[in-house]
Design a protein around this ligand. Sequence first.
Ligand SMILES: *Cc1c(COP(=O)(O)O)cnc(C)c1O
Length: 481
Amino acid sequence: MTDPLPSGTASAVLARLRELQAGDLPVLGGRTLAYVYDSGLAEVDRVGREAVAAYAGSNGLDPTAFPSLLRMENDLVGFATRLLDAPEGAVGTVTSGGTESVLLAVQGARDSRPDVARPTMVIPSTAHAAFHKAAHYFGVEARVVPVGPDFRADPEAMAAAIDDTTVLVAASAPSYAHGVVDPVAEVAAAAAARGVRCHVDACIGGWVLPYAARLGRTVPAWTFAVPGVTSVSVDLHKYAYAPKGASLLLHRTPALRRPQFFASAAWPGYTMLNPTMQSTRSGGPLAGAWAVVTTLGDEGYERLTADVLAAVDRIVAGVADHPGLHLVAEPDSTLVALGTDASCDPFTVCDEMAARGWYVQPQMSFAGAPATIHLSVSAATLAGVEDLLVALRDSVAAAVAAGPVRVDPGVAAYVEALDPAGLDEADFDGLLAASGLAGQGADGTVALPERMAEVNALLDLASPAMREALLVAFLDRLARP
Ligand SMILES: *Cc1c(COP(=O)(O)O)cnc(C)c1O
């Protein structure tokens, strides 16, 4: 048990909050290259935060009680339908995030086909983990189709995987791990030929790619302009630079959206009527997104897209003459995946970057492809992009000097050989301590590791199932009062 929460005056509590927050990654400044997205515009950040605060207590549960929330939601959906070439009559919903948008796309597809007893969906192997979560929650089996050597979905193999049980086919624009856009036109055509829904997961690229096209960049067709695309997800809290907690799920027609709605009059209280997984829905994120989108508008996003793509171009050019580093794929938007050669370890590079004030995200080896380093570049990153390239060069040099990551061979052999299903809690306690993932701190609470390279290298050796089980056990130990 930690100390009891001390009560105090509002100013003391807020001071304590700032103190706590100082241990987190910075959300502004463009040096945190995953999880957060910074426009670099102080005014935009301020307007979003003030709108969140103003609406923190409002409840989207009942649009007749809070008509301003309905208005803002329809405004945002309208803006996005124009951005994403949706036809007249298209509809949408504001959700809490990309995962909820994807969950609802899968749930809606499932419930549109009550005739299918054991529904399946066809997804590329690079699809976001949110699809696996949807599979798990909704009992829709994921038929995972390997991508091609360019990390893009293989439309022929996906077409071949569609059968009478398929309720949904999905593609990414772009994929998170490699930053490339799938051949949406071919995938959607294959789905349409079988009368199956096709969802485009543009959670991370949906607010960038249309502006990239307006700026004259080559962007393959992926929006509702593509026949057969029935729904698109796009996150407002990523490249619309809105505060956290807002995403959009758009449907080509109201009929496609209908199974997403849930109503229950099977109790003595108000008839519950929900378009999303939530029932009480804070007005905060919606108002924050509305305020940011209204402030920036098309012109603002075009400028921010020019900035973020200039930063990506600079990174691509800079990495070309960095020994030890290479691009895993030529980026189609704002996501860069970097690989290392045999001279250094990618997890050590991530640690070295962190030591220099840059957060870049380790990605484990997967399906035979080696571990990589992920960068979600923000518009705010442009101002410091030369520093970023220097930090990368120095981090690689430090990683080369540090040599390969040492994983205790005994622990490695143990982790590689074990079936996680056969382990009990005591085994996990031992493994977590041995792996360095969660040791005992001096005060008896869980101590987080300082450097992650050894832990990541060990997790990288483990099977995906073992990796999941270890991290679940880790979270279970962390999330205790
Ligand atoms: C971020 C992301 C998601 C999930 O979004 P959350 O907002 O983190 O729930 C889904 N798909 C893609 C491609 C993403 O990049």
